[in-house]
Design a binder for this molecule. Sequence first.
Ligand code: AMP
Ligand code: ZN
Length: 465
Amino acid sequence: MNIYNTLTKKVEKLIPNEEGKIKMYTCGPTVYNYVHIGNLRTYIFEDILQKGLEYIGYDVKRVMNITDVGHLTSDADYGEDKMAKGAKREGKTVYEIADFYTKAFFEDMKSLNIKKPSIIEKASDHIDMYIKMIEKMLQDGYAYVSNGNVYFDVTKAKNYYELSGRNPEEMKVAVRDDVEEDTNKKNPGDFGLWFTLSKFQNQAMKWDSPWGIGYPGWHIECSGLACLYLGDKLDIHCGGVDNIFPHHTNEIAQSEAYLGHKWCNYWCHGEFLNDKQGKMSKSKGGILTINRLQEEGYSPLVYRYFCLGSHYRKPLVFTYDSLDIAKNAYQKLLQKTSKLQEEGQLDSQSIETYNEKFKKAIEDDLNTSMMLTIIYEVLNDKSLNDKTKKELVKKFDKVLSLDLLKEKTKGIEKEKLEYINKKIEERKKAKQNKDYALADKIREELLKENIKLNDTREGTTFELI
Ligand code: AMP
Ligand code: ZN
């Protein structure tokens, strides 16, 4: 498997610490609002990475956090607490907010066929671990206490800039005019490990600690959960590109300070989903959710298909026009796969050939558009019988997870799909016979049943309206 590593800035051969096993950590959402489709692009990428690795034979143990404490409106240490802000907005407690949006996140994952990581843990449930790590960092001189808060001293970290490729000047975020300067810090780039009540008087989630009542910084939670559940060596750590700095940079600094050795070998980042204004982000507002897309007639798997069409390391611009193209293509694909019969003998030679091709696409830095191309190649291969095609589609869908052969595809039942396909076929024949009256009649009849036909260059597709 070759994968791009942000740490070395190159595509590298993946060599796990333990043969055949991958320990993978993926940053989870801050649950103060619905996740938007940009966040979900990152989670889809991570899902494909996990399933791709499993497909080529690795045993993957994956951990994800749910951030319910410590994440301020800035990724550095200034601004309001995101959870408190969400609670205020909705007149609820932070616990209610966390609970509600965690459930909503799980529902989104389910509707997108994203496999739940084997371990998903709430940040607020592991305070003891963060305290243990912070105590060790203080002991070893990586951290210091100042005015009740504990900070990590970035000048003590080895290769602090390696992951981001930044220079020290850029890092002085806290001396920018628009940013409140934290005079407790020794160096402007230092970051908080533990905040006491000195910062937020009415912080809802707070715990006792050797430094007073307070709460942990955002970055320590991921280091804490990763070390607790995956041990002292990680193979892969993922997130979106905005996590590279400061979040992942700080995770490396703290984890390696705590462990005393190199922590994670491969850092994999998904590029943004952008809208016309730039990065889609929760704090900017105007976000699109999976529910919203559903209300507008796009099934969640249309969005998954849309994401798979482009490489995870390329920014992807969201427009309804491109989503419509994905919708048509996906529906056509479903039409084709739903027609596959159980007839014929399995052609094991062809299965082997296509399977190898599919594995190569995975191993080529997760080439999802190539994976889709291979599915089309299989479906269009006249030398293959239906049974063989079906077997290959079934195999590939373990990674793609587009419900290509499910009895009941999301939002559309198999019988209905067969009925629509039959009608489309009848209409095609009518048109070939120049019986346009019959063709129009079939279209209108379907429309009455809320099935709209679209004639495209590649053939007729349909949508449920
Ligand atoms: P957050 O809840 O803001 O911590 O974000 C959760 C995950 O979504 C992180 O891994 C982010 O890097 C990622 N993310 C945030 N915005 C976008 C976006 N517009 N496109 C892709 N990924 C994003
Ligand atoms: Zn994280």
